[in-house]
Design a protein around this ligand. Structure first.
Ligand code: ADP
Length: 671
């Protein structure tokens, strides 16, 4: 799973690096463009200031008029009444120059209107009138040069005005109010002791030309204030000048009275109201006007997400402000960088994410599933193939197949191992049994050797003793004694023979070398012969031998003749051997449907139940002893049992201690 962690880590790192690099690149581009934009706006702002400063021409013309007027008065001390003076007309208490005659015309002449009489005035009055006529050419020049000029005029303290361009007195004429206008009073010695050129605040034109400002200068003769020359122009020109600026920005021209002289949208010369600077500024900036004013000129300051810059105009006490919402520049910069960048970045991110998911779906996820599948299969958990692309499915199936085959083989191996273990256990058990039987056999062999050595030693030493006597006393022994010794030696050797014969029988039985020849045998005949052969022995012990069967009825069995005789001989010899003197031994013959049983019943001491269990064992000489010093090997019944078993019959014993015993053998009958 470490691999998948690493994969995710690499993807995440690449993604983050890619994103950060893109953001960094964008940020670099953005700051550059932003700075560039600021410089561009600054430069445009300065251009505007320079352009506005070209309105300085108004000031120059006013200065020109002042110089011309004062120079005229200085150089014309005498009254010269010109043609124009004679064209003036007196109507009641007013006079005007409505009717202009050639060579003068309205185009080149200012209308002079005034109150009072044209007659009987002072010399200075007439000189002043002539001076006004003299200014006509300068008036023309001013109108020609100053853009958006409305009026150029001379207002005299002698209650008249020379107003150019010519306008009928029916429309505009001098009234005494003119002398109380701010325009005029600003030139008075009281308010303008330095006799300087001045600018008025914005005001609404009495002649109906709308919102305007005036540039004026007082006219003095010596130290006597005569009147003012001035130029009026509407604010339209200012508005025109500032109209074309950076998008969504506000360009404002204001004067020291914080009147709004020009504004991209708010100020219109036709409007009837004079707006204040505060009305143009965003509300959030109003309490920061002082900060703005005190900030360095021609430098942007940033306040409340606005970029603000101001600069003072050189020809008038006016300032130019620019207010731009910051987001406008940001938006512009971003637009300049190009939306492509924004489209490109998400597109690349989308491609990146799609590629990542495709790789994940097509490779990473299936390989992860495959590893999990392998782990599950390895743990022996059988799971379904997960939903992976089709091309991966054979891998899962192959893995499952290999593991299931492996499990099957392991199971088989385990079973085989168990089987082998069982076999080994069995064999080990067999070997143990065989070992035990070998041990028993060895024990038997040792016992056997002991018994044989003992049993053979006694008769052999008897024979040797008798032989010694016969050798030593050969001269003195009578023939009767020799016969007696011979008889004794015969007896001893017979004992030895019997023992060896029994041993040979046992050996041939145990080695399986015994040969059987099954045939139909007349059991009655065999028993009759056997009983007669034991009559002598029985008589020696005064034992009565009875036959409890019809000796004349032949009973046939299917058996081996020699072995049958040996079996019956053994049982009868035992019955006599273990019967005390003067007892009876009875031979029975029972016939059942399929078998014939031959039983030998004696009246001996009987056999205890414990001894009965050992009866048919090898060398089992039990507590019952022969009653007349007969020889006992402990092999007779063992041989009987083996032979009966070989013949397919059965041998049994019924006995109670002190009540005699009955030994029987069951043969396969022939009917
Ligand atoms: P042997 O007679 O040579 O000792 P057997 O195998 O014939 O060996 O008998 C084994 C033992 O069984 C005898 O030693 C004896 O104690 C007991 N036995 C056999 N037959 C009789 C019998 N008819 N009555 C009592 N005891 C018997």
């Amino acid at each position: 799973m470490l691999f998948f962690k690493r994969y995710n880590y690499i993807i995440l790192t690449t993604f983050l690096f890619f994103t950060l690099a893109s953001i960094g690149l964008f940020y670099l581009q953005y700051t550059n463009q932003y700075q560039y934009k600021i410089v561009e706006i600054k430069s445009a702002f300065n251009s505007k200031i320079n352009y506005l400063n070209s309105l300085n021409v108004a000031k120059l013309h006013v200065q020109g008029l002042k110089i011309a007027a004062e120079t005229y008065l200085k150089t014309h001390q005498q009254s010269i009444q010109s043609d124009l003076f004679f064209q003036m007309q007196q109507v009641a208490n007013e006079y005007h120059l409505n009717d202009i005659k050639s060579p003068y015309s309205k185009e080149i002449t200012a209308n002079i209107t005034g109150t009072g009489s044209l007659q009987n005035r002072t010399l200075d009055f007439y000189r002043e009138l002539e001076m006004t006529f003299e200014l006509n050419s300068l008036f023309q020049m001013a109108v020609h040069n100053v853009p958006n000029i409305t009026w150029v005029y001379y207002i005299s303290g002698n209650h008249f005005i020379g107003l150019y361009p010519w306008t009928s007195s029916n429309k505009v004429k001098f009234t005494d109010d003119f002398l109380s206008y701010e325009l005029y009073s600003l030139g008075s010695p009281q308010r303008n002791p330095q006799k300087q050129l001045y600018w008025t605040d914005a005001y609404i034109d009495a002649g109906g030309k709308g919102l305007m400002v005036s540039c004026a200068s007082p006219i003095y003769e010596n130290d006597k204030f005569l009147g003012i020359v001035g130029i009026d122009f509407t604010l339209d020109e200012l508005n025109k000048t500032i109209s074309d600026f950076y998008q969504n920005s506000q360009l404002i021209i204001t004067n020291t009275s914080r009147q709004l002289l020009a504004h991209s949208s708010l100020v219109n010369s036709k409007s009837k109201d004079i707006l204040r600077l505060e009305q143009a500024f965003p509300e959030s900036l109003l309490d920061k006007l002082d900060i703005i004013y005190q900030s360095p000129e021609h430098e942007f300051i940033e306040l409340d997400n606005y970029l603000i810059m101001h600069g003072t105009l050189s020809f008038a006490p006016w300032s130019l402000f620019v207010i731009i919402p910051k987001q406008v520049i940001v938006y512009d910069v971003v637009e300049h960088i190009g939306w492509g960048f924004f489209i490109l970045l998400p597109s690349l991110l989308v491609i990146f994410i799609i590629t990542h998911y495709l790789i994940r779906y097509d490779f990473v996820y299936p390989s992860r599933c495959l590893i999990e599948h392998l782990e599950h299969e390895n743990q022996g958990l059988s799971i379904k193939t997960p939903s992976v692309p089709n091309s991966w499915k054979p891998w899962f199936e192959t893995v499952s197949h290999i593991f299931s085959e492996n499990r099957r083989l392991v199971k088989e191996l385990k079973q085989n191992l168990l089987f082998l273990e069982e076999k080994v256990k069995e064999r080990t058990h067999d070997i143990e049994l065989k070992n035990q039987s070998l041990l028993l056999l060895n024990q038997e062999k040792n016992e056997f050797l002991g018994i044989v050595a003992h049993d053979l030693k006694n008769p052999l030493s008897g024979i040797r003793g008798l032989a010694e006597i016969m050798i030593e006393e050969a001269d003195t022994l009578s023939s009767t004694e020799i016969a007696e010794y011979g008889q004794m030696m015969y007896g001893e050797s017979k004992r030895m023979f019997t023992l060896i014969a029994n041993l040979l029988d046992v050996s041939s039985i145990e080695s399986g070398k015994i040969k059987i020849c099954l045939e139909k045998i007349n059991l009655t005949l065999v028993l009759n012969k056997l009983i007669s052969s034991y009559q002598k022995r029985a008589q020696e012990k005064e034992i009565t031998l009875l036959t409890a069967f019809d000796a004349n009825v032949d009973v046939f069995i299917y058996s081996d003749a020699l072995l049958t005789e040996q079996i019956l001989d053994n049982l009868l010899s035992n019955a006599i051997k273990y019967s005390p003197l003067q007892k009876t031994v009875t031979v029975h013959l029972h016939t059942t449907k399929s078998n014939i049983c031959c039983e030998f019943e004696d009246q001996g001491l009987g056999i205890s139940e414990a001894d009965q269990l050992k009866l048919f064992g090898k060398f089992s000489r039990l507590s019952t002893k022969p009653t007349a010093g007969e020889h006992s090997t402990g092999l007779g019944l063992f041989i009987v049992k083996k032979l009966v078993t070989v013949l397919g019959g059965e041998v049994y014993c019924r006995s109670r201690l002190g009540e005699g015993s009955t030994f029987g053998v069951q043969f396969v009958a022939v009917f």
